[in-house]
Design a protein around this ligand. Structure first.
Ligand SMILES: [Zn+2]
Length: 333
């Protein structure tokens, strides 16, 4: 069913525009999941806190995970979520590096799920150095992609590389937004640390692409650089630059969450959860941003998508933050 048809009576639709698809390819999708050490521990923890058995990692993970997620969306205050594919690491000459990275979720996994369920919108992922990058972009747009997601520091993408300009131009022409990871990362391995810098996104911005900096370029912990102020400065220069507040209800990333409510910044903010990253507001309670009653009531909500949404509402984010994505995503009308 078409998204607009299914949502016509519920406008404005609240969208969580940053939800990860996870899979292991056991049913033949071509995807894979290779977890070592800390990432293996973290994946087991995330799967269990979602109420799924840890054995799901060895079973038909795509099916178990997407069924669970669909239930969470239907039982939440949200109308839809953008479900993100996950590209492989590539060398700048376009050679795929299957020896690096921990996960591959092919674009057809999210495109198929979005075709089946109006609650899912497809966020595809294409390394612009791929030899078939432009064709894959056309194919994904034709199949209904609403945005393109990449993690420059984890997938080895320098967004300022001039060879990628035709790719950015094609995205701009199709009005397909770029959701780019910015700042550090600890849930998937980092391949090139310097590509976390949001200033490298000037090239796609100058090509006219709507760019959404994931996590508003905040630091993922004590050991990596915080680019929040650089991102804010860039929003003054580029009207097509936005940021999402995904993963900011957490102990390590919440430092700038309240700054995002500032009147000069909030019009550029989009709601995202970064599901399945755990939603933990303990530090926001301890620093006085939330009172104890609200903290306890919301932290006890079992549905992580709803918990993340309710925390952001309790912190005073306006309703536009939750519905703004309907104007930016490439939704078929
Ligand atoms: Zn993410």
């Amino acid at each position: 069913m078409d998204f607009w048809q299914s949502k016509r009576n519920q406008f404005p639709v609240r969208i969580d525009m940053h939800v990860h698809m996870v899979g292991n390819g056991s049913a033949g999708s071509g995807g894979w999941l290779r977890l070592k050490g800390w990432h293996s521990f973290l994946a087991g923890f995330m799967i269990r806190q979602l109420g799924m058995p840890a054995t799901a990692l060895e079973g038909d993970l795509e099916k178990i995970y997407s069924d669970n997620l669909l239930k969470f969306v239907r039982e939440s205050s949200l109308g839809a979520v953008v479900l993100l594919a996950h590209e492989r690491v590539h060398d700048p000459d376009g050679t795929p590096r299957e020896d690096l990275g921990s996960m591959f979720v092919p674009n057809d996994v999210v495109l198929d799920l979005a075709r089946e369920h109006p609650e899912f919108l497809a966020g595809v992922s294409i390394h612009p150095a791929r030899r078939d990058a432009l064709d894959e972009l056309d194919r994904c747009i034709a199949r209904g992609a609403v945005l393109m997601k990449c993690l420059p520091n984890c997938q080895n993408i320098d967004p300022s590389d001039k060879r990628y300009v035709p790719f950015w131009n094609k995205m701009a022409k199709a009005r397909l937004p770029l959701l780019a990871h910015t700042g550090g990362e600890h849930t998937v391995p980092v391949v090139n640390k310097k590509f976390a810098d949001p200033k490298l996104l000037r090239t796609p911005l100058e090509c006219g692409v709507t760019v959404i900096a994931a996590n508003c370029a905040t630091s993922s912990g004590a050991f990596d650089r915080d680019y929040f102020d650089d991102w804010v400065a860039m929003t003054r220069e580029f009207p097509n630059l936005y940021g999402d507040i995904s993963a900011l209800i957490s102990v390590n990333r919440c430092a700038h969450l309240l700054d995002c409510r500032e009147p000069a910044i909030e019009p550029r903010i989009l709601h995202g959860s970064d599901f399945p990253v755990p939603v933990l507001a303990h530090r926001l309670w301890l620093n006085g941003s939330l009172d104890h009653e609200a903290f306890r009531r919301i932290q006890n909500i079992g549905n992580p998508l709803e918990r993340d949404f309710q925390f952001k509402r309790a912190l005073g984010f306006s309703d536009e933050v939750f519905t703004r994505a309907t104007d930016l995503l490439r939704l078929q009308r």
